[in-house]
Ligand binder design. Sequence first.
Ligand code: LLP
Length: 417
Amino acid sequence: MSYHVKDNYLYCDGLRIKDIQEQVSHSPFYLYSLNQITENYKAYEAALEGIESIIGYAIKANNNLAILRHLRKLGSGAVLVSGNELQIALAAGFDPAQMVLNGNGKTLPELILAARHGVMINVDSEFDFTHIQHAAGAAGKKVNVLIRINPDVDPQVHHYVSTGIKNSKFGIRNEKLNWFLDQIKCDSNLNLAGVHCHLGSTIKKTSIFRDATELMMEFINVIRDQGFDVKYLNIGGGLGIDYERTGEEIPSPADLINSIRDLLKPDVGLIIEPGRSIIGNTAVFVNRVVGVKTNGNKHFIVTDGSMAELIRPSLYDTYQHIDFIEPVDSEIEAYDVVGPVCESADFLGKDRSLKTPHEGAGLVVYDAGAYCYAMSSNYNLKMRPPEYLVDGENLIEIRRAETLDDYMRLFETSQYS
Ligand code: LLP
């Protein structure tokens, strides 16, 4: 395990996080384990052994350039949701032929960029299709498209991260499939590369992926009957991780792939789009305790980190495990762990049984690799924290802290001074 406790101190691989906290002048900060990233990627690679496939890492989960470069070196492809993600993927050296651009509101400039680079593009709606046609024409390139089908399988997750059910804003209306196929037949700039679905995120049952794969295979049969050669089935991402850290059985990448293996066809490659299950458990968000207070009824640990740097608990009311990185020897209380941001939605955890820390004690939020830094903001003018990576026994800064000067520069326009 990359994160482990020894003598009451939390370690990230070979380094004691308290030592890192003392060495790093900034608090809070994100800390990643390179070993864990490699291990997570390789678990997918091993699971897909013998299957023609693309592992398309979902860049939205974490777009740190150093992490992207590492995943690319391991052989990963990239799944994108904006033109900027496409640009950072190119900067990281990903192969455009192993990239997919997804999204329900892709703009024409984004589509032209994708078309120009030979990125596969997912078709989400009628208007999106028309825009892709324009982009292919403007780029003067033949574009490989995937049709995003909505399989209407309930992923049984928080409704904010459920995407593959009938009322979702993503995907085509399945009854219109033939219309899309006819249009593609008539457009020599487009090639149907395959079909795509994405059910949702934090999925904990393989049967959900199996149900969707069965349905998608039926769609592939229908499409093939119309004379198309379907190269890829893209089943999206969405595998959950053990945020609760109770040792609950969460399916592994191997469980996921094995659950659908017998449904796959030898002549249809598989694309998967994991984000969270590659990067989620690789990081912790390291804070310092500012102080402890009580209102007579409730007890609060106030940290320097907040919803500005890590919004998942506030936004989805989700659990991310919290613990100290150093020995804390005093009585246990039920604490809300809250940040300094000026609103009551600002919490990292609620009702946690924790020892009463001293001021300055180090405290981490676990499983902070996915959708944490990526969703951070400047709310209350908090600047984005730095990110560090542990490579065995070495500590590397992989993103510097944002400064107020960086922020103030945005106001340097010719219109106002
Ligand atoms: N592919 C598509 C089309 C997606 O929409 C997503 C995530 C993924 C792949 C990657 O899913 P993953 O393997 O990471 O579950 N902000 C939320 C998560 C939103 C996920 C949206 N789509 C959170 O913090 O939980």
